[in-house]
Design a protein around this ligand. Structure first.
Ligand SMILES: CCCCC/C=C\C/C=C\C/C=C/C(=O)SCCNC(=O)CCNC(=O)[C@H](O)C(C)(C)COP(=O)(O)OP(=O)(O)OC[C@H]1O[C@@H](n2cnc3c(N)ncnc32)[C@H](O)[C@@H]1OP(=O)(O)O
Length: 299
């Protein structure tokens, strides 16, 4: 299996170092006779059905699929590979960690680090979102676990969301509960999905919705028994793939471009905002207290 280390070029001419060993070459991955392929990387599993043109990305960053810089680096590379390979028209996002879709941003990347690290981290978060939100592929989120904050954003950036019917799997932008503020583009995506009034309510209170509430407010499109999440995602995907690509892609772009452009035109300012916000003593303290509470929950 090939081991590749290199540099990943991000927008605005910036680079993010691809840490040695994070990407184990897809080219060397198993290729079945039935059109199934499996890419192997450490934190992101990619399974694909070449005949159907559908790939599935499974987040595999235990214990909670937090969006660490290493995870994001691998994820962006996988997305790019799939996006550039015209075999794939549809992508299902799901989790390999039982009970957790994604715990959102990795709080350890936002605590006790230097300013350059915060900037690098935020650029990777922006890049991930832009790639997801503007993907030419049909994206279906098969949400098989809890999905707070950044995890919710990943789901909201898909074209369709199927959530497992388990009251423990709550989804929403809960940033205010951590004493932080959802960035404007998180807010924009939420407004686009559930409307202004519901988004204002949810954002101010940091609401995490149980499946039936999430369905009611329009945050997800379907709630199904846990063992039917993947099969439902697949049948939704088949429906969406029946639409001619060019027409669907242009329509998607027409609906999403303004929201994405809003970030693209002020990426650097957004990074500076994040860096100065997160490095404040008061914010560092809030994040540390929150992390400590998470740790103590077990004892
Ligand atoms: C005005 C200018 C504004 C500019 C913008 C500025 C700032 C905003 C920036 C960003 C927006 C932020 C977005 C985010 O995504 S913040 C992250 C929010 N996430 C959460 O609140 C989730 C927290 N986690 C949980 O609720 C639970 O862990 C869970 C996901 C429901 C799972 O519960 P479970 O009981 O299964 O696991 P544990 O709680 O025991 O956790 C296991 C282990 O993981 C650690 N952990 C959990 N979540 C995170 C995380 N997000 N980052 C890092 N680590 C996490 C937890 O501490 C445990 O660790 P341990 O060492 O004790 O094993």
């Amino acid at each position: 299996m090939a081991l590749v280390a290199g540099r990943k070029t991000f927008a605005a001419g910036k680079t993010l170092l691809l840490r040695a060993g994070v990407w184990l070459g897809a080219e060397a991955a198993a290729r079945g006779g039935n059109g199934a392929r499996r890419f192997v990387s450490q934190r992101v599993l990619v399974e694909s059905d070449v005949t159907a043109g559908i790939a599935t990305i499974k987040f595999k960053n235990p214990p909670v699929n937090s969006l660490s810089l290493e995870f994001l680096t691998e994820f962006i590379i996988c997305l790019e590979k799939l996006e550039n390979d015209k075999t794939y028209r549809g992508l299902i996002l799901t989790s390999d960690c039982p009970g957790i879709f994604s715990a959102g941003l990795d709080l350890r990347e936002m605590c006790g680090k230097n300013l350059a690290h915060y900037a690098e981290y935020w650029r990777a978060i922006q890049e991930t979102w832009l790639k997801l939100y503007l993907s030419n592929m049909v994206l279906v989120a098969a949400i098989n676990g809890a999905s707070p904050a950044g995890g919710c954003l990943m789901a909201l950036s898909s074209d369709y969301r199927v959530l497992a019917d388990n009251p423990r799997y709550r989804i929403g932008l809960n940033e205010t509960l951590l004493g932080i503020v959802a960035p404007f583009w998180f807010k924009d995506v939420l407004v686009n999905t559930i409307g202004h009034r519901a988004a204002e309510h949810a954002l101010q209170l940091g609401l995490l919705f149980q499946p039936t509430e999430a369905l009611q407010v329009g945050m997800v499109d379907q709630v199904v028994p846990e063992d039917q999440v993947q099969s439902t995602a697949l049948s939704v995907m088949t429906e969406w793939l029946a639409i001619p690509d060019h027409a669907r892609q242009l329509t998607k772009s027409m609906m999403r471009k303004a929201t994405a452009d809003n970030l693209i035109k002020q990426r650097e300012a957004d990074i500076q905002n994040f860096v100065s916000f997160v490095s404040r003593d008061s914010i560092q303290k809030s994040l540390q207290v929150y992390l400590e509470k998470l740790k103590q929950k077990k004892h």
